[in-house]
Ligand binder design. Structure first.
Ligand code: FES
Length: 166
C-alpha cells in the first residue's frame, strides 16, 4: 500500500530559494510556502520557529533530541552531487531554524489532516499505531521520510526509522 507514496504536495524545487536572499534573512519553504524571516535569531530552534508560525502540530517533548521524537519534521534539500532531492527526518528541537535556509521543511500540517490524511497517517490510524497521540505527528513524519527514502523499505528498516521515537 505504501509503495505508491504520494508526494505531499507539489513542493518547490529546493534548488531555488523563494527569492534572492538578502543579508540577515532566512529564506526557506515551509509546507510548500515561502518563508522570509528578517534578522532571524541564530539561537532559535526549528521547532520554536515553526510553532511560532502557527504549525503547532509539531510537539516539544524531551527537548533533548535524543528521546521522544515528537518534534520530528521532514527537511528536503537538493544534493548537487547526485542532482536529486534528499529527504531526511530531523529532530527540530535540536536543529537551529537557520540551518534550513534554502531548504523545504514539512511539518505534520503539510503532510495531511483529519479530512484529507496522507497515506502514512491513514496507515498509522488503521493499525492503531497511536498511543496518547502526543508523539504521533513525529512518528508520521519519520515514516514519511523513511518511505520517501526507500518505498520498498522492509519492516526492519521502518523500525530503524523509528529509533529516535518513544
Ligand atoms: S523534543 Fe524529544 S527529540 Fe525533540
Amino acid at each position: 500500500m505504501l509503495e505508491t507514496l504520494p508526494v505531499v504536495h507539489s513542493h518547490p524545487d529546493p534548488r531555488h530559494k523563494p527569492a534572492i536572499a538578502q543579508k540577515h534573512e532566512l529564506r526557506f519553504w515551509l509546507n510548500g510556502k515561502p518563508v522570509v524571516e528578517k534578522n532571524p535569531d541564530p539561537n532559535e530552534s526549528l521547532i520554536h520557529f515553526v510553532r511560532r508560525k502557527g504549525y503547532t502540530g509539531t510537539k516539544l517533548g524531551c527537548s533533548e533530541g535524543c528521546g521522544c521524537g515528537s518534534c520530528t519534521v521532514v527537511v528536503e534539500s537538493f544534493d548537487y552531487a547526485t542532482q536529486k532531492v534528499v529527504t531526511n527526518s530531523v529532530n527540530s528541537c535540536l536543529a537551529p531554524a537557520c540551518s534550513v535556509d534554502g531548504k523545504h521543511v514539512i511539518t505534520i500540517e503539510g503532510l495531511g489532516n483529519a479530512k484529507k490524511p496522507h497515506i502514512v497517517q491513514t496507515v498509522i490510524a488503521d493499525a492503531h499505531g497511536s498511543q496518547c497521540g502526543f508523539c504521533t505527528p513525529g512518528i508520521a513524519m519519520s515514516l514519511y521520510a523513511a518511505m520517501k527514502k526507500n518505498p520498498h523499505a522492509d519492516e526492519h528498516a521502518i523500525e530503524d526509522a523509528f529509533d529516535g521515537g518513544i
